[in-house]
Design a protein around this ligand. Structure first.
Ligand code: SF4
Length: 247
């Protein structure tokens, strides 16, 4: 896929969803136990509405048509449940991509979540999202009503400028993920912001906190740590993104 930065994430989400969805099946390339959150059954999917310089799945999200295999919601949930049973995990997630690109991918995600909660009602499912589509289409949030659902929204920049250079997305869309969190919280869905601490100094994080408060988002920010793979550092260098020297 050709991609000129900065791009329109609505257009890109539509294009990518057409590639990574076939009927109700989505492209995935791996299922695995992961150590995060104390142990979580993890499905690695492909396809995103953003193209972050530090994405650890950069190549697959740049050219989603070149990777993976299509899996139905039933196949995804049974792979995840098998991993959870083997490792005694009660947490589940889909990562490496944006799980919500539009209505078709959301339907797939909801079916995966439903199947998991039907088999393991006490478990928890974490949606890791860039929050863009939920900010753009608040009407889709009503489908996320599950008591044990958690939504972690990655806030990529502390202002329009850093958002555009990190995500490759036009700066006008900076507030969409923040507004998604506000809407999720308003509907009593457990949601919180996460930010890559390594890229910002304390005063930048403080100014992001001020924006979150002003927009009506409650709670703390989760601080993420950058995985410094050589290709990640190289992609960041190309976009002239530096690591915070205080970190
Ligand atoms: S939002 Fe996440 S999955 Fe998408 S490009 Fe950025 S880091 Fe990768």
């Amino acid at each position: 896929m050709e991609l000129k930065l900065p791009f329109d994430p609505i257009k890109r989400a539509n294009e990518v969803e057409k590639i990574v969805m076939r009927g109700n099946s989505r492209l995935y390339y791996r299922f695995r136990p992961a150590p995060y959150y104390g142990g979580i059954a993890t499905a690695d999917a492909i396809g995103c509405s953003f193209l972050c310089a530090y994405c650890w799945n950069y190549d697959k999200n740049l050219q989603p048509e070149r990777f993976g295999k299509f899996y139905s919601p039933e196949a995804v949930s049974s792979n995840l449940l098998r991993i959870a049973d083997k490792k005694s995990f009660s947490l589940f997630r889909i990562t490496g991509s944006e799980p919500i690109l539009g209505e078709v991918s959301l339907k797939h995600l909801i079916e995966v979540i439903k199947e998991i909660f039907e088999k393991k009602a006490w478990s928890k499912f974490v949606i890791e999202t860039n929050g863009f589509i939920l900010g753009h289409r608040n009407d889709l949030i009503k489908y996320l009503k599950f008591p044990n659902l958690r939504v972690r929204v990655a806030i990529k920049g502390v202002d329009e400028k850093s958002f555009e250079s990190i995500t490759g997305v036009k700066k006008d869309f900076f507030l969409y993920p923040i507004r998604a969190i506000k809407e999720l919280q308003k509907r009593h869905i457990r949601a919180w912001p996460a930010v890559m601490k390594d890229l910002f100094n304390d005063s930048e994080i403080k100014s992001l906190k001020d924006i979150l408060r002003k927009e009506g988002v409650k709670g703390d920010i989760e601080l993420e740590k950058l995985e410094r793979y050589p290709f990640v550092l190289n992609n960041m260098k190309k976009r002239e993104i530096t690591i915070n020297r205080d970190f």
